[in-house]
Design a protein around this ligand. Sequence first.
Ligand code: BGC
Length: 428
Amino acid sequence: MTHQFPDNFLWGASTAAHQVEGNNTNSDFWLMENLEGSVFKEPSGSAVDHYRLFREDIARMAEMGFNAYRFSFEWARIEPEEGRFDPAELGHYRDVLLACKEWSITPIVTLHHFSSPQWLIKQGGWEAAETPARFARYCAHVMNELGDLIPYVCTINEANISIGIKKIMKRHELQSGAQGAQVGMNMDRMAQMQKYFEELGKAFGVPHTEVHSFLAPRSEKGLEIIFQAHMEAKAAIRLIRPQTRIGLSLSLYDIQSRPGGEEQAAHALQEEFLQFIPYLKDDDFFGLQNYTRVLYGPDGILPIPDGAEITQMGNEFYPEALGAVVRYVAKHLEIPIMISENGIATDDDTRRVVFIDRALKGVHDCISEGIQVLGYMHWSLMDNFEWQLGFAKRFGLIEVNRATQERTIKPSGLHLGNIAKRNAIEQA
Ligand code: BGC
């Protein structure tokens, strides 16, 4: 049976600058990756050279059948020193936006995707009271220069990620290899990090406990600062470009409870999502990012069920999570939803095809129930740098040979591209 998606549905894939561009030398991550004893399994280096190859990557997306691309601008490139904006880097991103235009690809631009300028971190990073104003100033500059080409803006990627990180760290103390954050964290290394901590403090010129990069546990105040940054950026962008639709994205699990776990599950929903609604309710869209489910019992998170299929990230293969998250978001937040990330890390691409089909069936059901979903951006367009876990985790619809930077579209990429071309899925 053919299940048609709404007209103008956005079909595409996501990337993040630091994970694909390469040589992002002014960012905090670059510094952390290259320290002695680094917690990163390998440095990002030239990544998948998207900085140079963006034109062909965007052309390939269009040929595959996509009509949208979610990617990020790198703040550390645009503002390498506080208050100094680099016209050449703004010119680069203008070229990326123009390539999207040439290929009729709708750009969805993320203004902050985990990596930050080194100068920001040296001044207190994501725990400093000045950070929202600094972020808003950067966003305003970008929108003044490039806003005419940006229909959708996602201010901050996974603004709530610190909650998942806190949970995984806590659980890792109890059980090695525990699940808890939908992002590449190298917990094995974290345990023996003394040397790295020393180098980290030296590199940023502050005690290592004061290095507040984005992918880290956060105080209550730090969490507020992130959402304040969203509010200030939103206000600044609206003044400059009222036509641009603004949102942010959150990392969300399908939160399920087993008998006796209802209270724990309700608490998780409050902590991971509901508490942020006041900051989001007048956004133009909500960026939803989901990879799996988490089960709660009376004492908290339960282990992944015996016999379940596990992805390279240690997540349960559970594509049905996406539809469930779309439903709970729509129940509490009355703005359109953009699925800004969803995918799995695997070397078995046939499993990605299955994952996509089952996830999209869930999305289609939600749309049939009347929920407004604007688009589906698969994570990721190509295999890339999975943060602390390096290049070994493969999320891509496109394979990249990093020795030659040659790209090969995987069957899953052709599959999702064909769905996009038909704007429909075929399923029982
Ligand atoms: C992030 C991506 C990351 C992906 C897979 C999300 O948390 O936004 O940067 O690569 O999950 O772990």
